[in-house]
Design a protein around this ligand. Structure first.
Ligand SMILES: Cc1cc2nc3c(=O)[nH]c(=O)nc-3n(C[C@H](O)[C@H](O)[C@H](O)COP(=O)(O)O)c2cc1C
Length: 351
């Protein structure tokens, strides 16, 4: 079924296909529910993390639903959680189009969207309407024109506006498409930033978990040092990883486009980063693994490297909603084959 839909979507420009899909998911979640395969998540995949209940480990990665417009649609696709955003305090248009490219031969995408979004006031309206029972995280970024020295004000504004409406937050300092943003990943910049955000978070009654999403392009030693420092200052988790600016062995015509590369070519590096973070934190801080997941085997590798949960973006574009069920069913099988009664028993065994 999705093969047919994908044929139609892939004849459109990548961004038009994205807008069309989002419109369908936001206006007709019931239709999606009918078309998407039914998921019966086995007890072996259920986890309670940060006091939140995840029926299985597969979630939607940030960037597909920047304004939180289609939350019931993601639920209908079978995801156990969805991360919306990146949202910035003020609306911003992002970079000029074209800014999203398919690399079909590499099963990848390159994007330089640049945090196009309607701003936090608009997102707030959507979040306020959501029904409870489905975990929603909000990914936070700074406006393009905000200098890094005042970036903290943007993150504090965001958490103040949507602090009570999200189940978890992600500090995004790893997108390659906002000039200078990734400089905030230096220890000197990130630790005070995170400390201030955590202080603001602590003033909220609900005290939602705060995660940091990291770039796969940081050197291993920097990732290890950051993980240890962030753990000490009380961060609740990590997302590994965002897209990469590396370009290794690509063969698609669009390989030369600038921006962040996602999908298959990112898979190994993101798994390596998960392993590093798991080792650095000795498995004490939950990690959401993200990057190049197309199958249960891909997800399982990330779990074995140290991920508690996983997210997909590019795999969803190529495989459609079926990817969620395939991963859930396949994970159950893979755990059984390896003699694990529960997914928690497999987390970090390869680290
Ligand atoms: C078109 C596009 C837009 C994205 N936008 C965001 C974003 O706004 N914020 C963010 O943290 N990550 C964003 N990402 C990165 C994804 O969340 C994810 O980390 C990355 O694509 C790796 O996962 P994948 O290989 O499954 O796509 C975006 C990715 C793509 C392809």
């Amino acid at each position: 079924m999705y093969a047919l839909i994908r044929n139609v979507l892939f004849r459109m420009s990548a961004e038009r296909a994205h807008t069309t899909t989002l419109r369908l998911l936001s206006t007709c979640p019931q239709l999606v529910r009918l078309a998407a395969p039914h998921i019966e998540a086995p007890a072996s995949l259920h986890q309670q993390i940060w006091g939140l209940s995840f029926p299985h480990p597969v979630g939607l990665a940030a960037g597909l639903d920047k304004n939180a417009e289609a939350i019931p649609g993601w639920f209908a696709c079978g995801f156990s959680f969805a991360e919306v955003g990146t949202v910035t305090p003020m609306p911003q248009p992002g970079n000029p189009q074209p800014r999203l490219f398919r690399l079909r031969e590499d099963q990848a995408l390159i994007n330089r969207m640049g945090f196009n979004n309607h701003g936090v006031t608009e997102m707030r309206k959507h979040l306020a309407q959501r029904r409870p029972g489905f975990v929603v995280g909000v990914n936070l970024g700074k406006n393009k024109w905000t200098p890094n020295e005042s970036a903290v004000d943007d993150y504090v504004t965001l958490i103040t506006h949507v602090g009570t409406l999200a189940d978890y937050f992600v500090i995004n300092v790893s997108s390659p498409n906002t000039p200078g943003l990734r400089d905030l990943q230096s220890e000197e910049a990130l630790i005070p930033l995170v400390q201030t955000i955590l202080e603001r978070r602590d003033e909220l009654g609900s005290r939602p978990p705060v995660l940091v999403k990291l770039s796969p392009d940081l050197p291993d030693s920097a990732l290890t040092d950051l993980a240890k420092a962030l753990m000490t200052c009380g961060v609740d988790g990590f997302i590994a990883t965002n897209t990469t600016i590396a370009r290794n062995e690509l063969c698609s015509p669009n390989a030369g486009e600038s921006g962040g590369l996602s999908g298959r070519p990112l898979a190994q590096r993101s798994t390596d980063v998960i392993r590093l973070l798991h080792q650095a934190t000795q498995g004490t801080v939950p990690i959401i693994g993200c990057g190049g997941i197309f199958s249960a085997q891909d997800a399982y590798q990330k779990i074995r490297a140290g991920a508690h949960l996983v997210q997909v973006y590019t795999g969803f574009i190529y495989r459609g909603p079926r990817i969620v069920k395939d991963i859930v069913d396949g994970l159950d099988e893979l755990l059984r084959q390896d003699g694990y009664a529960h997914v928690r028993d497999a987390i970090g065994v390869d680290a």
